[in-house]
Design a binder for this molecule. Structure first.
Ligand code: FMN
Ligand code: SF4
Ligand code: SF4
Length: 262
């Protein structure tokens, strides 16, 4: 079984692709599974028993690290996973993952006593727009990344289907340890201020932002989105708005939009 987290659709696409190629069931969305576990509507033991012979975890890279919602989920699930299960993990990222996947591997080892058989990254269009200097890719770069993705995912699917072990194929980038160790803790602490999300009079009350939010952090009240405090900083609400009515202070001024639509 594959569990995935995705804000703007890249990882959902990648998870669906690998599940199809490997003849796996439909991937399950980590925020929903975690909510069910917290509410007690699913017991962890029951979820773990459903996993089958192979467990895949897929997520986007956030600030050269693993999104906290993913860590929270695996911390609950992994202690209940059988020792004979093949565990693998694939991240998507705009450019580079730092040492996020090495740290992820250590977390898996802490809970299960063994490292994942395969750790890999897939380059996809960038969706991060919340800091000055960070914007979506140019049309050309987006196109190039999206064209390369199927071949990369097919290659990883073959390795996963064959339960290959000892694979570490991650684009870490330059100074990867420095980036992850310095930047990720800052992101965890200060990465997003949910109070900065705003909508303008251009809003047409379509509700797409609320529907897209993986954290269920947006309600539509009197036709307008209202943000709560549980924001994953995925930027999906900003990217899906058809009239670009959503802003995050001045950070999103003149920035582009991206949402996987393939
Ligand atoms: C908060 C945040 C931080 C990000 N940090 C990184 C990063 O450190 N390195 C990188 O290559 N891409 C980074 N990205 C880009 C995403 O990892 C990339 O676009 C990913 O494919 C998005 O996946 P999704 O569409 O499934 O949410 C970041 C995106 C967000 C929203
Ligand atoms: S409020 Fe927006 S940025 Fe925050 S989790 Fe929801 S969709 Fe993502
Ligand atoms: S997606 Fe944009 S237009 Fe639609 S409800 Fe949200 S802010 Fe309004």
């Amino acid at each position: 079984m594959i569990f995935y987290y995705s804000g703007t659709g890249n990882t959902r696409y990648a998870a669906t692709f690998i599940a199809r190629e490997c003849g796996d069931a439909e991937p399950r969305f980590i925020p929903e599974a975690l909510r069910s576990l917290r509410e007690g509507s699913i017991m962890t033991e029951a979820l773990a028993a459903d996993v089958g012979p192979s467990l895949g975890i897929m997520f986007p890279i956030y600030s050269w690290g693993v999104p906290p919602v993913v860590t929270a989920f695996i911390s609950r699930l992994l202690p209940h996973i059988g020792s004979d299960i093949y565990i693998w993990a694939v991240c998507t990222c705009g450019d580079e993952a730092g040492i996020a996947m090495r740290l992820f591997s250590k977390t898996v080892e802490r809970f299960t006593g063994k490292r994942p058989g395969l750790l890999a990254s897939v380059i996809m269009p960038n969706d991060y727009v919340l800091l000055p200097g960070f914007d979506v890719d140019s049309e050309e770069t987006m196109r190039r990344k999206l064209e390369a993705a199927p071949e990369r995912l097919a290659q990883l699917s073959r390795l996963i289907a064959a339960r290959t072990r000892g694979v570490y194929d991650v684009k870490e980038g330059s100074f990867p340890a420095l980036r992850t160790r310095l930047t990720f803790p800052l992101f965890r602490r200060w990465g997003v201020n949910p109070k900065k999300w705003k909508t303008s009079d251009a809003c047409i009350s379509c509700g797409r932002c609320a529907h897209a939010c993986p954290a269920s952090n947006i309600i539509i009240s009197e036709g307008r989105p209202v943000w709560g405090n549980d924001c994953y900083s995925c930027c999906a609400c900003y990217h899906v708005c058809p009239v670009k009515a959503i802003s995050y202070g001045c950070a999103t001024k003149d920035k582009g939009q991206y949402f996987f639509s393939g």
